[in-house]
Design a protein. Structure first.
Length: 133
C-alpha cells in the first residue's frame, strides 16, 4: 500500500490495531444508539451505490434487496429508487440477471438488524473510504 493510503486508513497517532472508523459505520452506530430505524435504512440505501462502484456486486445486491423489501416499513424517496435502480443496472451487467435477482431475493429476507450487520461487515472488509453519507 502507498503511504497516503495507509495514512488515510490509519491517521497519525493511531496504529493498525486502532483504525479510524468509517463514516458510514459511525452514522449507522449513531442512529442505532438513538433508535432511529428510518435513518438507519436511509444510510443503508446510500451504501448500495458505493459498494457497487467498488465491485462488491453480490453484497451490494443483497443490501439493495433488504432496502427494497423494507419499503413497506418506510417511505422510499424517488431519488433513492433512482439510485438503487442505477446500482442494480450496473450489478446486472456484471453478474447477470439471474445472479442479481438471487442476491436481491436473499437480501429481501433480512430485517434491519441483519442488514446493518451485513453493511458493517462490508464496510470493515472494503477498507475503502466512501463518500460521507
Amino acid at each position: 500500500r502507498s503511504r497516503a493510503a495507509l495514512q488515510q486508513r490509519w491517521p497519525p497517532g493511531s496504529t493498525p490495531r486502532q483504525p479510524r472508523s468509517h463514516p458510514f459505520a459511525e452514522v449507522l452506530e449513531l442512529w442505532a444508539q438513538l433508535g432511529n430505524e428510518a435513518l438507519q435504512w436511509w444510510v443503508l440505501v446510500r451504501l448500495v451505490s458505493p459498494l457497487a462502484a467498488l465491485g462488491t456486486d453480490q453484497d451490494a445486491a443483497v443490501l439493495a434487496g433488504a432496502v427494497l423489501a423494507a419499503a413497506d416499513h418506510r417511505p422510499v424517496m424517488p431519488s433513492e429508487t433512482a439510485q438503487l435502480d442505477a446500482a442494480l443496472r450496473l450489478i446486472r451487467r456484471r453478474l447477470g440477471t439471474a445472479a442479481t435477482s438471487d442476491a436481491v431475493a436473499a437480501g429481501a429476507g433480512m430485517g434491519l438488524a441483519a442488514a446493518v450487520a451485513h453493511a458493517r461487515r462490508l464496510i470493515d472488509s472494503t477498507g475503502h473510504t466512501a463518500p460521507r453519507p
